[in-house]
Ligand binder design. Structure first.
Ligand SMILES: Cc1cc2nc3c(=O)[nH]c(=O)nc-3n(C[C@H](O)[C@H](O)[C@H](O)COP(=O)(O)OP(=O)(O)OC[C@H]3O[C@@H](n4cnc5c(N)ncnc54)[C@H](O)[C@@H]3O)c2cc1C
Length: 380
């Protein structure tokens, strides 16, 4: 079985790794020179660490962040430890993390081609033809049994193939900053009125350096009549949490990106979408690395373990239902967060166990809104 994977981010690398392990002939084609930078908050959650471990990828040497400091629009803050999965999350520069995954895929037997864009995919009868480019701007056609498209948030392959549009898009901006004081080993997430239901973040890369940024939905950004950089500067100046830690330090390497969520269909014919291309990122937290890894793995297993491509398609859509449920809850949380969070945060300020529960319920996979509320009520 010959399969082409377009894009070597976490979704594509995990897909290639799993396919190679299943014995498929897999070509991992990446548009850019490798390793490549990816604009990101660099945070790998406990879910992402667990997903990597399950596939034999370990990032044990990185900074350990066993808790989150969460600020809510009323100004309350609470700290919550993650009780599940792995007890800590981490941060790691994306070119390093993504290279780890690609190296694992190569070791498993995938053939990796950087600077090789997949220009087009087309069904021809029962076959799929992939047109790929090379460094000399020429192209060639390869006949494959299937393709996993993992070309990220701005990749355009799916849009030319009849896939549905994304239901929502978050916009985010990040930079790096050095701190005058040692940083606490925790994810800092600060929801305030200006950004809610989005947030500003401080994710320590080590004791003195942090990835900082802001995140909000496109509609909130449009209503603010500001550009993202202006909003970031204002947020940074007026947030005491940033001022305390970074004083007059300057944020460097400021870059933005989008995080799309919610596609109705993720497999057509012999083409399967994974990661941001499939819209599986969480539309509340914007976590997308774990979801990319997991969807890449699920797409690969569906293709490799099903007797035919139609069964593989059905299996894949069924397995992605976990992200659809999470998306629905995350959208409901987005709509109610501003008004509903304060009583929970008040409780969390006083009760460490509840704070951990709240942090986990908000940030990890959510199965239903009723279940989310019920879980919190029981922990109260
Ligand atoms: C500012 C910002 C901060 C974020 N912070 C976090 C965070 O802290 N934690 C988290 O979990 N998530 C975060 N996310 C989301 C996360 O970055 C994405 O969800 C994740 O990278 C998706 O992985 P992917 O493999 O689907 O796509 P990508 O990582 O984008 O990889 C896609 C790859 O496909 C390649 N490509 C594109 N077109 C083609 C083509 N035609 N042919 C071949 N290759 C192609 C690209 O060059 C790229 O290498 C953030 C996003 C942004 C924008």
């Amino acid at each position: 079985v010959r399969i082409i994977v377009a894009g070597a981010g976490p979704a594509g690398a995990m897909a290639a790794l799993e396919l190679a392990r299943e014995g498929a002939d897999v070509v991992l084609a990446e548009k850019r020179a490798w390793p490549r930078e990816k604009t990101c908050g660099d945070a790998i959650s406990p879910l992402g660490i667990a997903e990597g471990r399950e596939c034999g990828i370990s990032i044990e040497g990185c900074v350990r962040l066993p808790q989150a400091l969460i600020g809510v629009p009323s100004g309350r803050t609470f700290r919550g430890k993650w009780p599940q999965y792995t007890p800590w999350g981490t941060t790691i520069a994306r070119n390093d993390f993504d290279a780890l995954l690609v190296d694992a895929a190569i070791r498993a037997g995938a053939t990796f081609h950087p600077e090789t864009p997949v220009v087009r995919l087309r069904h021809e009868g029962d076959a799929l033809v992939a047109t790929v480019g090379d460094r000399r701007d020429s192209t060639r056609d390869i006949v494959v049994d299937a393709a996993i498209v993992a070309d990220g948030a701005s990749g355009g392959i799916a849009s030319s193939m009849g896939f549905s549009k994304f239901r929502s898009r978050l916009v985010a901006l990040r930079g790096y900053i050095d701190s005058a004081v040692p940083l606490d080993p925790e994810y800092g997430l600060f929801f305030d009125r200006m950004l809610a239901p989005g947030y500003g973040w401080i994710f320590p890369m080590n004791e003195r350096r942090a990835n900082v940024g802001i995140l909000l939905d496109e509609a909130t950004l449009a209503r603010s009549r500001r550009d993202l950089r202006g909003l970031f500067a204002t947020w940074f100046e007026r947030s005491p949490l940033y001022r305390e830690r970074f004083g007059g330090s300057v944020v460097s390497d400021v870059r933005g990106g989008i995080i799309p969520s919610g596609r109705r269909n993720r497999a057509i014919g012999r083409v399967f979408l994974a990661g941001d291309a499939a819209g599986v990122a969480d539309p509340f937290t914007a976590e997308g690395i774990f979801q990319a890894m997991s969807s890449g793995k699920l797409a690969a297993r569906s293709l490799a373990q099903s007797p035919d491509v139609e069964t593989a398609r059905r299996r894949y859509e069924r397995e992605l239902a976990v992200f659809d449920r999470n998306e629905r809850v995350a959208r409901a949380m987005r709509a109610t967060f501003r008004f509903a969070i304060d009583p929970y945060a008040r409780r969390a300020e006083k009760n460490a166990e509840f704070a951990g529960h709240l942090a986990s319920e908000v940030f990890f996979l959510k199965r239903s809104f009723a279940g989310f509320v019920w879980g919190l009520t029981r922990a109260w």
